[in-house]
Design a binder for this molecule. Structure first.
Ligand code: FAD
Length: 417
């Protein structure tokens, strides 16, 4: 067997986290080598290319959590990156609207979190809300002026250009199908015949990250469960109903639920998403079923616990998936003048959410070291916003394990015969 070419770092996954990791590694270590494996024929085809396009400000996340830290640092880094690379970005601000007295209590908690994370925001009353979003309902709102919208596929294209300029290898159509050890190296092989020996490996495989961990010989302590988020978009004549971003006060037990209005950086307004179990890891339509994927979710104890605890919320989301009238009703809570004829279906996205055996959704980002490997096992929203800061954290892990392995190699060479 011929020896596979050697690189310093192999990365599985060409979404925004994998690309940012490759770019940051090469920027920090000029002259080192990276090979990125992406199974699709183009980059950013899954979560990154199908998200809401929002640069989150960091108001929701527990102060001190990795989500909070990397969202704040990542947002600043992403804004600077977009300015340097001429990627479309607009800091348009958003409003989080409270519809009744009960939601005011929750809004106050979010405001406290925002202050804990030092995110500028302001409580506003009905009049100011009407100036910012004339068609929004609400008795009060939190105005977050720093929230923005961005072209994430554009960010990925710019990252790819930087990687290639720095000599990095981007292998498209290269599904990693085997990961093993080869002496002191990790060996990665793809379905289209690319093979590399690497000093370290990073798994950024999103919806398949738990399976890539298994491929490398690890065991899944959490499992990815795919939740499809379905969207409508406003027809051009109704786009005036939302000027920027209108969000509801999130339910603390399901922070990712709750439809909202999002203006897109290249035009148009998206409404949604809901969250229903996808019958395939990449199940972008109701009819897409992959039996292995479905079984993986349905046979999992964690999924049973989740379904048992939250069946009522789950049924509500399912109802909105099948009934446009129910979707419209949910949107009318935020924007009472909206009608079914204002909405046409838009492409869906699927969230990769790690679920524990006890049915708890993993809340924070989860990055795990295993030998010479770093596995990103939970990177849901706001991981696109946070991507450059997550990448910095991953590169620190990689640097530490490369330093340890060089230390080990030095010890081995120094050992007397
Ligand atoms: C509906 C929705 C809305 C969202 N809105 C926002 C938002 O507005 N703002 C925000 O900050 N975040 C948002 N997010 C979250 C954000 O999009 C994700 O957190 C982020 O894109 C994750 O990036 P990633 O690189 O980890 O995963 P992905 O973008 O999914 O990339 C993983 C890549 O790995 C590849 N891959 C998988 N297995 C293999 C293999 N074996 N070999 C080779 N390649 C492989 C896949 O093809 C894929 O390209 C949203 C997510 C969804 C789903």
């Amino acid at each position: 067997m011929s020896a596979a070419p050697e690189v310093d770092l192999a990365i599985v996954g060409g979404g925004i986290v994998g690309l940012a990791t490759a770019e940051r590694f090469l920027a920090r270590h000029p002259g080192r080598s990276v090979a990125l494996f992406e199974k699709e024929r183009a980059l950013a085809r899954h979560q990154t290319g199908r998200n809401s396009g929002v640069i989150h400000s960091g108001i929701y996340y527990k102060p001190g959590s990795m989500k909070a830290r990397t969202c704040l640092a990542g947002k600043r880094a992403l804004e600077a990156f977009c300015a340097e690379e001429n990627v479309a970005l607009e800091t348009c601000g958003k409003v989080v609207v409270a519809l009744d007295e009960l939601e005011l209590v929750q809004l106050a908690k979010i405001e406290e979190r925002a202050r804990g994370n030092a995110v500028p925001c302001q409580r506003i009353g009905k009049e100011r809300l009407a100036e910012l979003e004339p068609h929004a309902a609400g008795i009060a709102a939190l105005h977050v002026p720093g929230t923005g919208i961005v072209d994430y596929p554009g960010v990925c294209a710019a990252l790819a250009r930087r990687i290639e300029r720095a000599g990095g290898e981007l292998h498209l159509g290269a599904r990693a199908t085997a990961i093993g050890t080869d002496g002191s190296r990790v060996r990665v092989a793809s379905a289209n015949g690319v093979e590399r020996r690497a000093r370290a490996l990073v798994n950024c495989a999103g919806l398949h990250s738990d399976r890539v961990l298994e491929l490398a010989g690890g065991s899944r302590s959490a499992r990815i469960v795919p939740f499809r988020g379905e969207y409508y978009e406003l027809v051009p004549a109704a786009r005036h109903l939302c000027r920027n971003l209108i969000y509801p006060v999130p339910d603390p037990s399901f922070p990712f639920l709750g439809v909202h209005f999002t203006r897109l950086v290249h035009g148009g307004v998206e409404c949604g998403p809901n969250a229903v179990l996808a019958f395939a890891r990449e199940g972008y339509t109701r009819g897409t079923v992959v039996l292995g994927d479905l079984w993986d979710a349905l046979a999992y104890r964690g999924f049973h616990s989740l379904a048992w605890k939250h069946w009522r919320a789950g049924l509500g989301e399912l109802h909105r998936s099948f009934s446009k009238a129910a979707f419209v009703k949910a949107l009318q809570r935020l924007c009472p003048t909206i009608r079914a004829e204002h909405l046409v279906p838009a492409p869906a996205g699927v969230r990769a959410q790690a679920l524990l055996e006890d049915g708890a959704l993993v809340d924070d980002f989860l990055i795990v070291e295993r030998g010479s490997e770093v596995h990103v096992l939970n990177a849901p929203s706001p991981a696109a916003t946070a991507s450059l800061a997550i990448a910095d954290a991953i590169v620190e892990h990689v640097d530490a394990l490369l330093a340890r392995s060089s230390g080990r190699a030095a010890l081995q060479t120094e050992r007397p015969a």
